[in-house]
Design a binder for this molecule. Structure first.
Ligand code: ASP
Length: 579
């Protein structure tokens, strides 16, 4: 038995006549006369009106238990905005459990409150229905994911927090060691190396809802610490991994929306770049990038005498985009790396109108609107440059013009496969890895590892894949290298010498010498998934105790200075603060 018989938000007409006790916080109170007051009592399930027939000194946010009899509200006094609006608790007596100071910000939902104040008093903010809903959404996501992984034979294993560095490529948070002064643990950027060791250890299918820490600048979709569904499996292919993770995602979405999403489509990285100009395409809307290089192959127009010309069609844009808007878009395209933006209004009969038409041939003027399916009133926007720049700039322009708000258009998941193995070539001619260095090259590109040089490295594909939701990267994974000769080859290409490899990942390489199964895995961010499922743009809205954008916690004041004696014990001495 608890102190209550019912939750505030659960009472209905069917409870009329029952004596109940509800507990919670005073949401509002209206005093009618010296002896008659209405109290709206709130708990995490909602609000119920209580009519109290005694003299009381109650204020907002006081904590009380109220006992009374559920009765119908008087004719015309119902409140259809409240789930409990047909009833009230009458003849109520109140037991005061705790007094409360006035809350530092209004409790009513619609007021915008400065984030620092919200976070300083997060425990009060958490009482609001938005945070209650979001945190419970998140808990249901976690629970659905656990269920799905366990049903598929995955074992939950906890990996350590105090470790040596991991190879995710961000900055580590470090923890000084008292027993080994001058030495530091790193906090895990991910459980990557441990989950691979679990595979060598015969665990076969591992998962963990893992806390990961990366010392990177914070953004709306990034915190220092975040949670991932992390998984790894042995004797599986890429397709198996995608199927395992898809199952968890579908269960999570179904748990929140009640609907099971369709099978998640897969698109190669190359196709994503060509059609959407992004490796995390938002496929909720079209406006795809359309190839036009062939149209301009023999052009006389200097702007189009380049490697690549592509365009997008903005339906109705001839009217909606005025001159100022186009100038602003042109400036953005320049900032994103293009020389300019070629734009045309589409007139009657598909005739193009724009400053560049005088340099174009009749065939070009006819082919462009035809290729795009343009109609009168549309706007054609084109970029001419090298292929990378064209895709990059048009991809951003597409988002700028077409992206729906975060909570519109449903949930469009997409697998993006065959990511490039390398993302750049350094000044020293060495390729820079796109994922961590244990990512298996694509089987069809294996022989290019020896043959490639310079920019050719960028064409080598890997067996790495991402999961994307509505244009947000939810997570990444790959088939891993489990054969030492391929691993040595990759280290050699990356310029990681034998000693350095041994120093950084020696324990993993050693483990691989004792019989490593082929294995592959994945990790996706639970904060992002929960935020999108809750219709929130900022992941802080689905985290109980997040940090501010500047990485502080106004509630506990972290980070804080530590005691000089503690520093001494750790063998640390601070430099004077730099100004
Ligand atoms: N450890 C990787 C990450 O956190 C995911 C993976 O490859 O499994 O991005």
């Amino acid at each position: 038995m608890t102190m209550r018989t019912d939750y505030c938000g659960s009472l209905r007409a069917s409870d009329i006549g029952r004596e109940v006790t509800v507990c919670g916080w005073v949401d509002t109170r209206r005093v009618h006369s010296e002896h008659l007051a209405f109290i709206d009592l709130r708990d995490h399930t909602g609000i119920v009106q209580c009519v109290v027939d005694e003299k009381l000194d109650l204020r907002s946010e006081y904590v009380v238990a109220i006992t009374g009899v559920v009765r119908e509200r008087f004719e015309g006094k119902g409140n259809d905005k409240l789930a409990t609006g047909d009833i009230e608790i009458g003849e109520a007596s109140v037991e005061l459990l705790a007094r409360a100071e006035p809350p530092p910000f209004p409790m009513h939902e619609r007021t915008d409150v400065d984030e620092t104040i919200r976070l300083r008093h997060r425990y009060i903010d958490l009482r609001k229905s938005r945070m209650q809903r979001n945190l419970r959404t998140r808990a249901r996501v976690n629970s659905a994911i656990r269920g799905a992984m366990e049903r598929q034979g995955f074992v939950e294993i906890e990996t350590p927090m105090l470790i040596a560095s991991t190879p995710e490529g961000a900055r580590d948070f470090v923890v000084p060691s008292r027993l080994h002064p001058g030495e530091f643990y790193a906090l895990p950027q991910s459980p990557q190396l441990f989950k691979q060791l679990c595979m060598v250890g015969g665990i076969d299918r591992y998962y963990q809802i893992a806390r990961c820490l990366r010392d990177e600048d914070l953004r709306a979709d990034r915190q220092f610490e975040f949670m991932q569904l992390d998984m790894e499996a042995s004797f599986v292919t890429q397709d198996d991994v995608l199927a395992f993770v898809s199952e968890a995602i579908k269960d999570a979405v179904e748990a929140i929306t009640g609907e099971r999403p369709a099978d998640i489509a897969t698109m190669t990285w190359r196709e994503a770049m060509e059609r959407f100009g992004s490796d995390k395409p938002d496929v909720r809307f079209g406006m795809e990038l359309v190839e036009m290089s062939d149209i301009f192959a023999g052009t006389e127009a200097n702007v189009f005498k380049v490697d690549c010309v592509k365009g997008i069609l903005h339906r109705g844009g001839a009217e909606s985009l005025g001159r100022n808007a186009i100038d602003a878009l042109t400036d953005k395209c320049k900032r994103w790396g293009a020389k300019g933006l070629a734009w045309f209004r589409v007139g009657e009969g598909g005739v193009l109108d724009g400053a560049l038409t005088k340099f174009m041939s009749g065939a070009e003027l006819a082919a462009v609107p035809e290729r795009l399916g343009a109609e009168q009133g549309d706007m054609v926007l084109m970029i001419a440059a090298d292929r990378r720049t064209v895709n990059h700039v048009l991809g951003l322009l597409r988002l700028e013009l077409g992206r729906p708000p975060v909570n519109e258009g449903g949930f469009h998941f997409l697998w993006v496969s065959e990511f490039p193995l390398f993302e750049a070539v350094g000044d020293n001619g060495r390729p820079v890895p796109a994922h961590h260095p244990f990512t298996m090259p694509h089987p069809d590109d294996m022989d290019k590892l020896d043959a490639a040089s310079g920019e050719e490295y960028l064409d080598i594909r890997s067996q790495a894949y991402d999961l994307v939701l509505n244009g947000w990267e939810l997570g990444s994974g790959s088939v891993r290298i489990h054969r030492p000769e391929i691993q040595s080859k990759i280290f050699e290409l990356l310029g990681i010498g034998v000693d350095e490899a041994q120093l950084k990942f020696g324990f993993l390489l050693d483990a691989f010498r004792f019989g490593a199964p082929p294995h592959a895995g994945f990790a996706f961010g639970i904060d992002r998934l929960a935020a999108l499922l809750a219709g929130e743009e900022n992941i802080r809205e689905v985290i109980a105790f997040p940090k501010t954008q500047s990485g502080t916690d106004p509630l506990t004041n972290a980070p804080t200075a530590i005691d000089p004696a503690h520093l001494e014990e750790l063998g640390l001495r601070l430099l004077p603060p730099s100004v």
